[in-house]
Write a protein that binds this ligand. Structure first.
Ligand SMILES: NC(=O)c1ccc[n+]([C@@H]2O[C@H](COP(=O)([O-])OP(=O)(O)OC[C@H]3O[C@@H](n4cnc5c(N)ncnc54)[C@H](O)[C@@H]3O)[C@@H](O)[C@H]2O)c1
Length: 142
């Protein structure tokens, strides 16, 4: 099946886990995919495993930094064209006893899990609104 033929997707945190599985499924369905991942070595390994230079691009990205996310969008669009689908998947888990959780843990969690989603949306929404189409999928947790 190629339900996503002709689509350009960007998936954050796609070096491993759920993000890598989503990226792999998108490639199987015919999309070209930007792996926006903090760990670029991991992203490159995943890119080589799920596709080729013609349909997968790994870009070192820190979703907590708006300029970094904007750069990933720009690199992806330069190679593949406008982003049709953004999957805000990057997320970290700092679940622990609230009384032992540090302020840094708290801020890191919010920076990746919430600011990261905001930065992703803000980077792709102007283009999607201008084109009158596009999809954003946000992965959350309980
Ligand atoms: N695994 C689960 O059981 C589960 C359950 C519910 C929700 N989720 C959500 O699904 C998403 C993926 O979970 P997972 O289990 O695959 O996680 P994972 O830890 O296996 O993978 C997360 C990826 O995100 C990357 N990443 C971390 N910080 C980043 C940053 N600042 N910028 C860019 N990339 C960054 C990591 O390098 C890693 O490759 C998360 O948002 C998580 O909250 C997972």
């Amino acid at each position: 099946m190629t339900r996503l033929a002709g689509k350009v997707a960007m998936i954050t945190g796609a070096g491993r886990g759920i993000g890598a599985a989503i990226a792999s499924a998108f490639v199987r369905e015919g999309a070209v995919v930007v792996l926006a991942e903090l760990d670029i070595a991991l992203a490159r390994e995943t890119a080589a495993r799920i596709g080729s230079a013609s349909n997968v691009l790994a870009v070192q990205t820190d979703v907590t930094q708006s300029a970094s996310v904007q750069n990933a969008v720009s690199e992806g669009e330069a190679k593949f064209g406008a982003i049709d689908v953004l999957v805000n998947n990057a997320g970290i888990n700092v679940f622990c006893d609230p009384l032992t959780m540090t302020d840094d843990d708290w801020r890191r969690c919010f920076a990746v899990d919430l600011d990261g989603v905001w930065n992703g949306c803000r980077a792709v929404l102007p283009g999607m609104v201008e084109r009158g189409r596009g999809s954003i999928v946000n992965i959350a947790s309980t």
